[in-house]
Design a protein around this ligand. Structure first.
Ligand SMILES: Nc1ncnc2c1ncn2[C@@H]1O[C@H](COP(=O)(O)OP(=O)(O)OP(=O)(O)O)[C@@H](O)[C@H]1O
Ligand SMILES: C[C@@](O)(CCO)CC(=O)[O-]
Ligand SMILES: [Mg+2]
Length: 312
């Protein structure tokens, strides 16, 4: 039997990082999908051609991986397997993008593995159950993190996260997105933001309060399809992320240039330190991203979240 889960990647439209400290945020699934295939096997194996390990196949028997770098790359997969069962399987991951680009690849690996492996074991979970289990795994591996990425990729759509509530949003707005090489993973950036918080507690509170306020304003602009309003807030959100050290010069340059050439809005999307950048869909947006070396992706919104099918 072969089970395949297809998981949409996501954009964080507003509120990344602040959401980890209880502030609202908006995320949306896009039309790029990561696939996880689970097949019967006599030993645990993970195959992921997009992981830059020069074609190494890793044997996860006993869930022990000797090489530390490999272990770090695979711990989202191995912890997801452990959360579901212990019957040996081969897990194959096929990603449309490189790992760690701010598009929720970590969440997609977890959601896909949990969805496919639990179905393989005859225990089909609801999307809410997949979301909940996936968040536990992401938190365990990263140490810090919100439920936003795992939830939106499990259920799909445009979702406002506000405290422990989720609100589905309808909007005709669209975004252009491209990603840059990252200098650190989201887990590392989350620790950096925590250090910033510890050194600047009052300031940090005021910055994330402002992010929270602009997210609630952005919600109104989203549902009213107001691209000018959304664009203005994208630059403000980016500036507040800059102030906490979440951005890198290459990305700040492209955002600055975007404003200079009249693009309505631009900001990073996701964990930062490079990674994904989103812009309003003005004529020069995709060209500008490419001219700065970004890889442009299909950022049109998708609905429905994770899908699971039996291949054989
Ligand atoms: N194709 C893949 N195969 C196996 N593991 C992957 C794959 N893609 C991502 N991962 C895992 O996810 C990690 C990257 O997670 P990270 O949170 O840094 O990026 P992201 O989820 O794309 O960004 P963000 O959380 O900001 O949206 C990788 O180090 C690896 O452990
Ligand atoms: C940076 C962050 O806010 C979004 C990453 O996509 C982390 C999280 O919410 O767990
Ligand atoms: Mg992630």
């Amino acid at each position: 039997m072969i089970i395949e889960a297809s998981v949409p990647l996501k954009l964080t439209l507003f509120g990344e990082h602040a959401v980890v400290y209880g502030k609202p945020a908006i995320a949306a699934t896009i039309s790029e999908f990561l696939k996880v295939k689970v097949t019967k096997s006599d030993r645990f194996t993970v195959v992921s051609p997009s992981l830059n390990l020069k074609g190494v196949k890793v044997n996860l028997d006993d869930m022990k991986v000797e090489n530390e770098q490999v272990s770090r790359l695979l711990n989202y997969v191995s912890e997801s397997i452990k959360a579901v069962g212990n019957e040996p399987v081969k897990v194959e991951i096929e990603s449309p993008v490189e790992p760690s680009v701010g598009l929720g690849t970590s969440a997609a690996v977890i959601v896909g593995t949990i969805a496919a492996y639990s179905t393989f074991l005859g225990n089909q979970l609801t999307k809410e159950e997949i979301a909940m289990k996936s968040h536990e795994v992401e938190l365990k591996v990263q140490g810090i993190g919100s439920r936003m990425d795992t939830y939106v990729e499990s259920l799909g759509g445009i979702i406002l996260f506000n405290g422990n509530k989720e609100e589905r949003l309808e909007s005709k707005l669209s975004f252009v997105s491209g990603y840059f090489k990252r200098s650190m993973t989201t887990a590392e950036m989350l620790r950096k933001v925590k250090e910033f918080k510890e050194k600047n507690n009052n300031l940090f509170s005021r910055i994330i309060d402002s992010i929270g306020d602009l997210v609630m304003e952005a919600k109104e602009y989203m549902v009213n399809n107001d691209e000018d309003g959304i664009g203005r807030l994208m630059y403000v959100n980016h500036g507040l992320l800059f102030s906490m050290g979440v951005t890198v010069p290459e990305v700040d340059e492209v955002i600055s240039r975007a404003r200079n050439v009249g693009i309505k809005g631009a900001k990073i999307s996701g964990g930062g330190a490079g990674g994904s950048v989103i812009m309003t869909p003005d004529p020069p947006s995709a060209f500008l991203l490419r001219s700065f070396g970004a890889y442009v992706i299909n950022a049109s919104f998708s609905e429905g979240g994770v899908t699971i099918k039996r291949i054989r």
